[in-house]
Write a protein that binds this ligand. Structure first.
Ligand code: FAD
Length: 300
């Protein structure tokens, strides 16, 4: 019989569930919080095909309802470890151990935080320029970070926003020379080197300014948004298997979203795939769910 576990109930995990359930598999999805993952927290999504604009919670709850109507079983618990067993894998939570012939890992990433974001995430603090940049069209914004991601986020924002302040504690940007040149070809980009962000100042619940610490003193800079680009880490710490990962720790998958471990599939932001968006996470989920279900039927 087809039987799989999915770890992570974001859009990648839910898409995996929908495809596996429709192929006749019994699916158990482990999620530590509510279903929907990151997508459920996004105010407005404007790049998911078929919607000009949709609220994240609406997209996530429609997807969850679709999976539940197909018979999805959910276990609202954090997975503490994933280990190999005779017949496949054991998924371990605080409440027990569950055996499955095939597993899909869809646990996403955890953004490096500044620790000063408070309640401003989604109200001017963002971790994704492609997603949220358009909300700050024509307004001044800051990008925090000095690496490749910060340069690419700032370049994207420079075409949309009035001014882009790139705040980094480094003395120069650490990205490919061409990318950095391309960034500074925009006349509205202002690097602030040897500087850190020490606070966020809000007005009416939205970001209004940031506090900058440099040369032993604090200055205030008025911006409408802060894009934090200090990196994200894939959530894989619970996987006790020798699975191949990229140099940055993302799970390497093939064209079927199968990993280097037979019977273990991965989907969405946790993989080494390039564009980390809802549509690509769903596409990964479709593949991982389908092929994991098919694989599970072959396990005796
Ligand atoms: C601020 C912001 C705005 C964005 N805006 C857009 C946008 O407009 N359009 C767009 O296409 N994309 C956008 N994105 C990107 C998009 O949200 C992600 O690419 C997508 O949601 C990733 O889905 P996922 O299922 O792979 O991971 P996630 O949504 O991160 O889901 C992973 C799930 O796994 C769960 N989990 C993790 N570890 C465990 C564990 N040990 N046990 C049990 N559960 C676990 C988590 O709780 C979470 O629910 C945005 C991202 C951010 C940060």
């Amino acid at each position: 019989m087809k039987k799989i576990a999915i770890i992570g109930g974001g859009v990648a995990g839910l898409s995996a569930a929908i495809y596996a359930l429709r192929s006749g598999a019994e699916v158990t999805l482990f999620e530590q919080f509510g279903l929907g993952g990151l997508a459920a927290t996004i105010d407005k999504i404007e790049n998911y095909p078929s919607y000009s604009a949709v609220e994240g919670w609406k997209l996530a709850s429609d997807m969850s309802a679709q999976a539940k109507a197909l018979g999805l079983k959910t276990v609202r618990q954090k997975v503490l470890s994933l280990v190999k067993s005779d017949g496949g894998f054991d998924v371990v939570t605080a409440n027990g151990q569950y055996a499955f012939p095939a597993v899909v890992v869809a646990t996403g990433t955890s953004h490096n935080k500044l620790g000063i974001e408070g309640d401003y995430v989604g109200h001017g603090v963002s971790y994704c320029a492609t997603c949220d940049g358009a909300f700050f069209r024509g307004r001044p914004v800051a990008v925090v970070g000095g690496g490749k991601t910060a340069v690419s986020e700032a370049t994207y924002l420079a075409d949309i926003c009035s001014d882009v302040y790139v705040v980094t504690s480094r003395s120069e940007l650490d990205a490919e020379q061409k990318a950095t040149e391309n960034l500074f070809a925009h006349g509205n980009v202002h690097p602030l080197y040897n500087t850190s962000v020490s606070g966020i100042v809000g007005q009416d619940g939205e970001v209004a300014a940031i506090e900058l610490f440099a040369d032993g003193k604090v200055d205030r800079l008025n911006v409408s948004a802060v894009f934090i680009a200090t990196g994200a880490v894939p959530v894989t710490d619970f996987i006790r298997l020798d699975v191949e990962k990229s140099s940055r720790g993302y799970i390497v998958v093939d064209g079927r979203c199968e990993t280097s471990v037979k019977g273990l599939f991965a989907a969405g932001d946790v993989t080494d795939g390039s564009l980390k968006q809802i549509v690509t996470a769903c596409a990964d989920g479709a593949k991982a769910g389908s092929f994991a279900a098919a694989y599970s039927a072959t396990v005796k």
